[in-house]
Write a protein that binds this ligand. Structure first.
Ligand code: SIN
Length: 496
């Protein structure tokens, strides 16, 4: 047994802020001794100077993961589950401090930050339970004297590379299934938000994750590629799990091909949200608000293109604009904040570019359409744009901000065609009360996820992932463990 009793420890926020790498159960500086600044997107103030890792640190992490692998692989599933249950309990116990840390480095309001902690923790609990249910198969006998079976084994070392928009949930939902399966992990969080991931290492260590089974390095934007390159080339790393942009996903797939690793890629989206004229408009507005403005519009699954049938277009636009104009934009420290700052200057510039381009092409801002410079450099007003058209940049690219472009359509075929007219296929949404249409449209939409009269689709029990250039494989649910396992076929002959 790795642990017999669960000792809950509550940490102060200051105790959860670490600035070194976590390798082989120890906190170590980068081999180069270099550091980079992590800043609060609300104020631009430096929160910490963290390790700026490179090739040598990535290699040290892999070495530690390789040493830890045999014992962790051979641990009883119920013992791995116990460690994960303990990690889950510690995350929940420290939800307030972790939520504050997420707000501090990522900018989302505290209620959302705390919500993210509970969302991320739910994956840890889920995979703690799944750890004990990794079944194989006895294959029905084909020949006398021969027995065939299939067993599932951990793939080996997993490299987890995660984005800034959910600093806790994204890494938790990669580490938890990896550890549950018996894999060991090397990880790198995004350079904007490494602190929450580092804090999770404190809790994982406290929970009894053995030294070397879980290793995390941070790296600046400039050095990230060099650090990750070592994992791509190293044949001991058997799987890459990545959430982030499609260009980076393609790079990882290309560069890891030399050692033919398993890959799980959760990439960009360009989610359509269709409102048919038979929809409950109030429910559609509520669903759009929940899904579009989660994390200020900085999620891969948030609607990027909203298609509204002509006959209800003006009514829907008016109902939506009233709700959007009332959103409170403020720093995460304001208890009433509903939208915080965007992550960084590049993010605001992209939003501004998309909105200006749309207006140049004939869109009308019903509300918003400008920076909120009085609050700080990274704030953008929640925006509704009427008369959006397919030639606008925001129709083809993810805006990743609080902007709702409203496109008009006349019939179902036109809406489905427009929704699918993108290389991406992560989430999609539609609102309708017609049972036949619901059946038809949910089959026709080219997406890994379809929200039907529902804007909140994420859950640890559901398979999360995309099709087309939004990537492949699934996270969460009963399917989420498969990517961390390989099937071994055993054939025993010469039985009497
Ligand atoms: C993401 O935006 O990358 C993930 C969102 C989710 O898990 O709901």
């Amino acid at each position: 047994m790795f642990m017999e009793t669960i000792m809950m420890k509550r940490f102060e926020l200051s105790e959860l802020i670490r600035s070194d790498n976590f390798i082989d159960g120890k906190w170590v500086t980068a081999a180069s001794g270099k550091r980079f600044a992590v800043t609060d997107p609300a104020t631009g103030k430096v929160i910490a100077q963290v390790a700026d890792s490179g090739y040598a640190d990535a290699r040290a992490a892999t070495d530690a993961a390789a040493r830890a692998f045999p014992a962790w692989r051979d641990a009883l599933p119920k013992d791995r589950a116990a460690v994960l249950h303990c990690w889950h309990a510690l995350i929940v116990e420290n939800a307030d401090a972790l939520g504050r840390l997420i707000s501090l480095e990522q900018g989302k309001p505290f209620a959302e930050g705390r919500g993210e902690v509970m969302y991320g923790a739910s994956y840890v609990a889920w995979f703690a339970e799944e750890a004990t249910r990794i079944y194989g198969d006895i294959i029905p006998q084909q020949q006398r004297g021969k027995r065939m079976s299939a067993i599932k084994e951990p793939v080996g070392i997993v490299a987890a590379i995660t984005p800034w928009n959910f600093p806790l949930a994204m890494i938790a939902r990669k580490i938890a299934p990896a550890l549950a399966a018996g894999c060991t992990v090397v990880g790198k969080p995004a350079e904007d938000t490494p602190l929450t991931a580092l804090a999770l290492m404190i809790l994982a260590h406290e929970a009894g994750v053995p030294a070397g089974a879980l290793n995390l390095i941070s790296a600046s934007r400039e050095n990230a590629q060099a650090a990750v390159a070592d994992w791509l080339e190293d044949g001991r790393v058997r799987k890459i799990t990545f959430t982030g942009s499609t260009p980076v996903g393609k790079y990882l797939a290309r560069e890891s091909a030399g050692t033919l690793k398993k890959l799980s890629l959760e990439l960009g989206g360009n989610a359509p949200f269709i409102v048919f004229d038979d929809a409950d408009l109030d429910a559609a507005v509520a669903g759009l608000m929940a899904s579009k403005f989660r994390n200020g519009g900085q999620t891969c699954v948030c609607p990027n293109r909203v298609y509204v049938q002509s006959s209800v277009y003006d009514r829907f636009a008016a109902l939506l604009t009233k709700r959007v104009a009332a959103l409170k934009v403020a720093p995460a420290t304001d208890p009433e904040a509903q939208i915080g700052p965007m992550i960084n200057a590049r993010a605001v510039e992209k939003i501004e570019r998309h909105v200006n381009d749309a207006i140049r092409h004939g869109a009308r801002a019903l509300t918003g359409g400008k920076r909120l410079s009085e609050l700080g450099a990274n704030y953008y007003a929640p925006t509704v744009l009427a008369d959006a058209t397919p030639d606008m940049q925001l129709s083809c690219e993810e805006t990743f901000g609080p902007v709702v472009p409203l496109f008009r359509f006349n019939d179902e075929a036109q809406a489905v065609r427009a929704a699918n007219d993108t290389p991406f296929g992560l989430a999609s949404y539609f609102y309708s009360q017609d049972a036949r249409r619901i059946d038809r449209v949910s089959r026709l939409l080219e997406a890994g996820i379809v929200g039907i009269n529902e804007g909140a689709i994420s859950s640890e029990a559901a398979p999360f992932g995309g099709v087309k250039e939004s990537g492949y494989e699934r996270e969460g649910s009963k399917y989420g463990l498969d990517d961390y396992l390989s099937i071994k076929y055993l054939c025993q002959g010469n039985l009497a």
